[in-house]
Design a protein around this ligand. Sequence first.
Ligand code: PLP
Length: 234
Amino acid sequence: MHPDLADRLAEVDSRIVDAARSAGRDPGSITRIVVTKFHPASLVQDLVALGVTDVAENRQQELTAKRAELPNVPVTWHFIGQLQSNKARAVRNAASVVHSVDRDKVASALDAAADGLEGVGDGDPTLDVLLQINLTDDPARGGVVEGDLAALAEYVAGCRTLRLRGIMAVAPLDEPPALAFERVRGYSDRVRTVVPDADWISAGMTADFAEAIAVGATHLRIGSAITGPRPVRG
Ligand SMILES: *Cc1c(COP(=O)(O)O)cnc(C)c1O
């Protein structure tokens, strides 16, 4: 195990507690997901040994490969990357939570993939999903735009094997995160007019998790602050 890993994890966790307290929130209401992309599967094992319960990957092939390498590691796998419908079956086979549903086609592909599941996970027939919100004006950044959000929420709510849990957002590059995250709560409220208990807000990365906690994030996706710099991948 890398000697710094435990220290970095403890340091991030204490910053999460501080940010929660400053926001008047219970730190126990926040799930810290460690983003392990680009790192070897052994890092996931090390994190689990340190008590980590949730990890995330952003590419289907890497997620599938790590799950195959670590079939019995007790950890919840989250998928947080852009998702194409032809990868939906493989993602559903490997992940328990998908944060990046941003169009009907992806939702319907994930729903259809419930047939013939390979039996990973706890046997729960429903898949937890979040709607990825686009906080920018650039459609290439992925995510649903505000005007399409309620319709997508209704579509997902109608998918028999999907459970809509809330929303996911990534701060834009060209706007202070605190400002952009102010819009997140409104999007969350909008989704909860469709599915009242879909109250998860997945927001906050290494650079902006305190700002995300201040606006009510329930799930943080933190990579490099915990794992150290990602290995370069060609
Ligand atoms: C890589 C990634 C993260 C984590 O990024 P860090 O800055 O390393 O914390 C969070 N969310 C998504 C969608 C990512 O792709």
